[in-house]
Design a protein around this ligand. Structure first.
Ligand SMILES: [Zn+2]
Length: 363
């Protein structure tokens, strides 16, 4: 089976090369730097098509597009929390000194969502399954270290970084976007652009590159209106494959239930958030991915990113790499605007009709 998969991967990658889809790692004539790829003529056309379909969907729903810088001063990442927490947990081979992402080592082989594991659980799993170094088959060290994903640079004597995600940068123009939308919430903006992560060991081709394109939409909403969501009624009876974290723990199958039922069961906390999940899910389905190969997986409370109050991933089952996260839907609450307000000294608030001021939530 392993052999069969390897051959399939080889055939597939040579198809990507010869068909003019994706070339690399780039620059190939210099031996290539892992995690960087060239989209060839056909690949670029296909990528444009996907990006434009995302653009169209966001626009239909009233989101407006922004383009923000990719180079961002460190103060922003300090405020957002990325500077201190944006790290990968790595494990080293005691024989050849290669370093690997501990969660990915497990995930690639056993198809379990190991990014939610504690350090201890990662080590236990590696020990129990006797996972060895994929490079030399040597023994892995018995400890987990963390490594920053930040891609550093210096501009005008200031420390800066290439953005590890597009989202944070979108929030920084909040006073401008709030004005642009005539100080009326909710409003949505989106970005399609590059993000950079200094991955320790890029693998799985473009799926885990060091430079990649992200598309993200952000809705700014009055927290009091999250359960009074205009578009909710149109979609509440739609069935989606929700897989909550408790079902994952008890290894129960994914069940399709309506958005309304998911809200009633407490899988999700608000109508607005349910609408966001619905939007992301239907878009992936409209790209032609078969329904049985898409699922919505809730993050375990231990796994959630530091900024998220609720988090569900859209995962797609790939022939080569198993279930793979293609999209994250997060309720970031007022975390980001509060943090950036604290660090910048600027008021990042909105006003209700009665003159009450509040910090908007971001979905
Ligand atoms: Zn090794």
């Amino acid at each position: 089976m392993e052999k069969e998969k390897e051959n399939f991967e080889k055939d597939f990658l040579s198809f990507l090369n010869e068909g003019g889809l994706v070339w690399g790692p780039s620059p190939e004539i210099y031996g290539g730097l892992a995690g960087f790829y060239v989209y060839g003529p056909v690949g670029k056309l296909l990528k444009n098509k996907v990006e434009n379909s995302i653009r169209r969907v966001f626009n239909i729903h009233g989101f407006r597009e922004l383009e923000c810088p990719m180079v961002v001063p460190d103060i922003v990442w300090k405020a957002s929390g990325h500077l201190d927490t944006f790290k990968d947990r790595v494990i080293k081979c005691s024989k050849c000194n290669s370093v690997f992402r501990a969660d990915k080592l497990i995930q690639e082989k056993y198809d379990v969502p190991a990014d939610g594991f504690s350090d201890e659980k990662l080590l236990d799993f590696i020990k129990e399954k006797k996972i060895k170094c994929p490079t030399c088959d040597g023994a892995l060290e018995g400890k987990i270290n963390s490594q920053s994903l930040k891609m550093k640079t210096t501009v005008a004597g200031q420390d800066a970084a290439l953005r590890p995600e597009t989202a944070t940068v979108t929030y920084l123009s909040y006073p401008r976007t709030y004005n642009y939308f005539k100080k009326k919430l909710p409003f949505g903006v989106f970005q399609i652009g590059k993000a950079f992560r200094n991955e320790i060991s890029p693998r799985q081709h473009v799926l885990r590159g060091r430079e990649f394109t992200q598309a993200e939409g952000q809705i700014f909403v009055d927290p009091q209106e999250k359960n009074n969501w205009q578009k909710y009624d149109e979609i509440k009876n739609e069935s989606l494959p929700f897989w909550d974290y408790k079902s994952q723990e008890s290894e129960s199958a994914v069940k399709s239930i309506s958005v309304a039922e998911a809200l009633k069961k407490g899988f999700i906390k608000s109508q607005a958030y349910g609408w966001c999940i619905w939007l992301a899910y239907t878009h992936f389905k409209s790209l032609g991915i078969p329904a049985e190969k898409i699922r919505l997986r809730q993050h375990h409370p231990d796994e959630k990113a530091f900024y998220a109050d609720d988090a569900w991933d859209i995962e797609i089952k790939l022939n080569l790499y198993g279930w793979f996260e293609v999209c994250g839907v997060h309720d970031r609450t007022d975390y980001d605007l509060k943090q950036h307000s604290k660090f910048s000294g600027k008021d990042l608030v909105a006003e209700r009709e009665n003159g009450e001021k509040f910090v908007p939530h971001i979905l």
